[in-house]
Design a protein around this ligand. Structure first.
Ligand code: 13P
Length: 290
């Protein structure tokens, strides 16, 4: 069932597990993510950047697709349709398009004050429509959809100010990076995470850049208040690897191996398998409507 993300994240904080937030790119992604969540009986967040929405034509195409899939597949676990790293303008487009949850990423605004002001405005408007809101303090390193940041550690006082706007969950930079981690990555800053947690209380915290963080580090972060983990690259790599194996084995040249339903099948199955592994790592398997 399509819901906003508030309840599932509050339950995750209480239960010391994290909700997987998988980025979608197309029909195969959305369907595979839903299959993994249903088979694992895990709540799930399907999220989409503006770049991925453009690829699929529009935010509305994505929202309608996910909504129809949830119904047609009889998905029984809670599913939130979430905007990932939205600009101020994207947020309003997604509210109109039927998203149940939005991230306003104000970390790229010229000043923190503007981030704070716009977050507060969006919280009021979105909440009036039953839509949950994620905000961000401190850029997340790496490049995602052309949006780059230095990956600073979030300022705990700024996190507290944003938390006080009534936002439902908060992404805070703690040394995490989008995409694959470099060899010399310093790891997550647990000191900064605990400073932030001490000021924001039970507010669910979000870990972006979930690909490639060692599982013990991820689980330690969950124990310290991380309740949503964003994963994009990991499933892309899983899909690409399975598709490459199919082509390298020459299977696209055998019979009707070029049929997209055959060509894309190994990648689609690889997404399901990998998403289910991550769901186990994050502790959300079996949490359904917990
Ligand atoms: P990765 O691509 O590193 O998994 O990051 C995903 C993400 O944080 C989406 O916001």
């Amino acid at each position: 069932m399509l819901v906003n993300a508030t309840q599932m994240l509050q339950s995750a904080v209480k239960g010391h597990y994290a909700i997987p937030a998988f980025n979608t790119n197309n029909l195969e992604w959305a369907a595979s993510i839903l299959d993994a969540a249903e088979e694992s009986q895990s709540p799930v967040i399907i999220q989409c950047t503006s770049g991925a929405a453009k690829w699929q034509v529009s935010f509305k195409t994505v929202a309608d697709l996910v909504k129809d899939l949830v119904e047609a597949k009889n998905i029984t676990v809670p599913v939130a349709m979430h905007l990932d790293h939205g600009t101020y303008e994207d947020v309003f487009k997604c509210i109109d398009a039927g998203f149940t949850s939005v991230m306003y990423d104000g970390s790229h605004e010229e000043t923190f004050e503007l981030n704070l002001e716009r977050t507060a405005e969006i919280v009021k408007i979105a909440h009036a429509k039953g839509i949950s809101v994620e905000a961000e303090v401190g850029g997340i390193g790496g490049v995602e959809d052309g949006v780059a940041s230095m990956g600073e550690l979030a300022d705990p006082q700024q996190c507290k100010a944003i938390a006080d706007t009534g936002v439902d969950f908060l992404a805070c930079g703690i040394g995490n990076i989008h995409g694959l981690y470099p060899e010399n990555w310093a790891g997550l800053s647990f000191d900064r995470l605990s400073e932030i947690k001490a000021l924001v209380g039970d507010l669910p915290l979000v870990l972006h850049g979930g690909t490639g963080i060692p599982t013990d580090m991820v689980q330690k972060a969950i124990g310290m208040g991380i309740a949503k983990i964003n994963v994009n690259t990991d499933l892309q790599v899983a899909f690409a690897k399975a598709t490459r194996a199919y082509v390298e084995a020459g299977k696209d040249l055998q019979g009707k191996g070029y049929d997209p339903r055959k060509l894309l099948k190994p990648g689609r199955e690889a997404i399901v398998t990998r998403a289910k592994e991550l769901i186990v790592d994050f502790g959300s398997a079996g949490k359904g409507w917990a």
